[in-house]
Design a protein around this ligand. Sequence first.
Ligand code: NAD
Length: 237
Amino acid sequence: MKPEVQPNKIVVLSGSGLSAESGLPTFRDSNGLWNQYAWHEVASPEGWQARPEAVLAFYNERRAKAAAVAPNAAHRAIAALEQAYEVVVVTQNVDDLHERAGSTNILHVHGELIYARGTSDARLRYRIDAAPITLGQLCEHGTQLRPDIVWFGEPTQFMEEARAHVASAAKVLVVGTSLSVYPAAGLVKAARGRAEKVLNCLDFDKVPFGYTFMQGKATEVVPALVNTWLNQAQSQA
Ligand code: NAD
């Protein structure tokens, strides 16, 4: 049975484009990470087995870069929605810019840079913030620490919870994702017919059915949309 739509609920589905204007590269744009690195070498269990030191170096750099930048106007606007709405952020991003902007209810479906985990047991998580992980650093069960990141071929986290949130949202904002990594990309389809659905990114070939495409930079589009939604909530109060 589908959950009831909650009139005051907003779900934000965010991707790497949201953090681009903070200075973190996306994956698939022309200056994206996958033009500089082979994903199967640095973001897969096979890459980890073959060259763990290269994988650690890749994520150590991502972690240091994420720690050195700040949330942008779009992250802050999303956090401001909590003034008037119940907001759930479902993010593919592995940075912590939503948290640092002030959002309080966030599901990281692809993991988080600020945590390390044991190789053998994903539940053994350790907060490391900006610190690097080195070869030889072990979890309490004696296995090598690895980034707490969902690699290609590994199961995406919190999917059922995320799908239920999208299905009960009155408004869904999709921002900064090419919707090309599944199953996370499939979450857009869980939105209800009568929900207000908006997609913001720089360009998009095939906008999902029922979504209004707002083309442009997240730091311009998202604060304007949030303003409209906050005014709407105020006029309905
Ligand atoms: P992607 O590279 O496939 O797509 C980026 C999207 O963002 C594109 O649609 C592009 O038009 C849009 N975009 C770029 N700049 C934008 C801007 N200024 N304003 C609005 N939109 C903008 O990225 P994706 O869909 O997030 O890919 C998913 C994968 O990327 C996930 O696995 C995620 O973990 C990973 N990733 C995360 C980070 C991060 O945490 N910051 C960085 C790189 C990659």
